[in-house]
Design a protein around this ligand. Structure first.
Ligand SMILES: [Zn+2]
Length: 571
């Protein structure tokens, strides 16, 4: 990308200037890290051994032996003892408040069966007053070792859970986030009956008697989540802000532990953005947030002209992008496909927003210079979004719009080169590839899986960059899983999922550093260790560029700095 070359050039100019300043005025730095293996994660992946920081920014990157002018009486000098220094990682797609919330509810990710989940919920119910909502997250019917009793189309029936937990409404979110499970009490609170019909872009699964099964896919899930929100939402703004503050703190700690200093939040309302702005101004955001606004066309029309935020609270909050979802996820058969599912021939998935709305939002984004990020998983969904982008961008297709498709998981062969050609950024979470691989060929058949599933190599070769991430709390926020998946495509059982589509090690590191910075227009601020950028970096005990692939999963963050300030990691 040309922008990056310009910045590298500007960086070199600043470097020369800094040397002059130091030598003539004797201005040392605040912090020096020396004796490190510094992976700069710039486009050339330059290596060095020392970094100096002043006023929260990097003022020198070079060799330990050339630090003389930078160390003064008040400079904090850290000897890295050969450990590795890399930029703070950037997770380019997760749900920040959702992650903080998920850390406070039942974690169903490790449950080996539906019976185990029923048991987990039953135990929680024992200590809660009747009528209290019980919430959990992470179940996945395709990952059960033993299938559920009374199952319909692979999904469990609510009877077992409703009998075990009759007095508490229960809402269990699918691992993908694209479906929820409700027991009888929750369906009652939501007013769902046998005759309740499917909402637009959603589906209430029914058993062979025509009774609701307990599974609510895509937009139908809102019936249950809204009922819960009505019962549990804090009544006043102060309590709402307190709740968000707690979620933000928990999510931030989870990120920092893994060396993540910036996050792209994949969808918050204007109301949440306003609260985040308040926290940012108070200096209470634990990591830097780049927030995508998720609202309908009417709210966007009203607020886009003046809602942009750039670097509130010393670069901690930036808002200049819009998030839209056009389909669901592959796991619950919600991804919108060009041809029917191999294992559900009566369905081609779900379209969750009218195309006219998407096109209108694209025009609004262009008019007000906002970035547009659209969730699209199925090949039909991706094609529709690429078409809408072309229509919305018009003659600006060639300009630096950096519009994104979130996930871009399953592509038709003809559409792959369109990403590079249109300058559309596929924001893909490598962990989804290795965690979904076990059911991808079942859903899509062999040919579609081979040609179009998580085609990182083909996309990069077509000229695209791929910002990486985790989609937490859909998956763990652990970046090592996505880095390992990116370079191996290796499943837990040792099998590799179409390994010809692997990223190189260098690309994988860029996918968590410089590429996400570019995908948020922030490559002059973060994403690499270069002069002029914010001093966000972490010291790791493992060199992620040249360690053995398996060692990536065991690598640990030793220390971490944000804006030049060391953050104490909580254990
Ligand atoms: Zn997401």
């Amino acid at each position: 990308m040309r922008a990056v070359n310009l910045i590298r050039f500007a960086g070199a100019a600043v470097l020369a200037l800094s040397w002059t300043t130091t030598n003539s005025l004797g201005q040392p730095s605040d912090l020096v890290i020396r004796g490190a293996q510094v992976l700069q994660c710039n486009t050339d992946m330059d290596l060095s051994s020392a970094v100096a920081v002043r006023d929260g920014h990097i003022v020198y990157v070079g060799e330990t032996g050339q630090l003389d002018g930078w160390i003064g009486e008040s400079t904090v000098v850290v000897d890295a003892e050969g450990n590795t220094l890399i930029p703070g990682l950037i997770d380019s797609h997760l749900h920040f408040a959702g992650l903080g919330h998920a850390l406070q509810i039942l974690d169903l990710n490790e449950a080996p069966s539906w019976a185990a989940i029923v048991e987990q919920v039953t135990r929680a119910a024992r200590v809660l007053p009747p009528g209290t909502w019980i919430e959990g997250r992470g179940w996945h019917q395709s990952k059960f070792v033993t299938p559920a009793d009374q199952q319909v189309d692979g999904y469990p029936h609510h009877r077992q859970l409703s009998a075990a937990v009759p007095d508490h409404p229960v809402l269990l979110t699918h691992a993908s986030g694209h479906a929820v499970f409700a027991n009888q009490a929750a369906m009652q609170r939501a007013g769902v009956k046998a005759e309740t019909s499917d909402p637009l872009g959603g589906e209430i699964l029914k058993d062979d008697q025509g009774m609701p099964l307990g599974v609510f896919r895509e937009n139908a899930a809102r019936m249950i989540t809204r009922a819960m929100a009505r019962d549990t939402r804090p009544r006043n703004q102060e309590d709402q802000l307190d709740r968000l503050r707690k979620e933000v703190q928990l999510a931030g700690q989870a990120c920092l532990r893994y060396g993540i200093t910036s996050v792209h939040d994949a969808g918050s309302s204007f109301a949440t953005v306003d609260q985040l702005a308040q926290l940012a101004a108070e200096g209470q955001l634990p990591v830097r947030l780049y927030v995508m606004v998720r609202e309908g066309p009417a709210a966007l029309r009203a607020r886009l002209p003046q809602a942009r935020l750039a670097g509130v609270g010393d670069g901690f909050l930036t808002v200049r992008s819009v998030k839209v979802s056009i389909d669901g996820a592959l796991g619950p058969h919600g991804a919108w496909l060009l041809r029917p599912y191999a294992d559900l021939p009566q369905s081609s998935g779900l379209n969750t927003i009218p195309i006219d709305d998407l096109v209108e939002i694209a025009h609004l984004c262009r008019q007000h210079q906002w970035q547009l990020c659209v969730h699209a998983i199925g090949d039909r969904a991706n094609r529709e979004v690429l078409d809408a982008f072309e229509s919305g961008l018009g003659d600006q297709v060639q300009s630096d719009h950096r519009w994104r498709i979130e996930h871009a998981q399953h592509l038709s062969v003809e559409d792959i080169p369109r990403f590079g050609r249109l300058g559309v950024i596929p924001a893909m979470q490598a962990n989804h590839c290795t965690s979904d691989a076990i059911f991808v060929p079942r859903r899509l058949g062999e040919r579609r899986s081979a040609e179009g599933a998580y085609v990182w190599r083909s996309l990069i070769d077509s000229g695209a960059i791929i910002p990486n991430g985790t989609d937490a709390p859909v998956e763990s926020v652990d970046p090592r899983v996505s880095l390992f998946a990116a370079v191996t495509r290796q499943l837990g059982n040792g099998q590799q999922f179409y390994p010809e589509q692997c990223m190189t090690r260098r690309e994988a590191l860029l996918s968590y550093t410089l590429w996400p910075a570019q995908a948020s227009f922030q490559e002059s601020e973060v994403g690499s260790l270069e002069v002029g950028k914010r001093a966000d970096f972490a010291m790791w005990d493992t060199n992620l560029l040249n360690c053995a692939p398996e060692e990536i999963l065991d690598a640990n963050v030793l220390r971490i700095w944000l804006g030049g300030q060391e953050i104490q990691l909580e254990q």
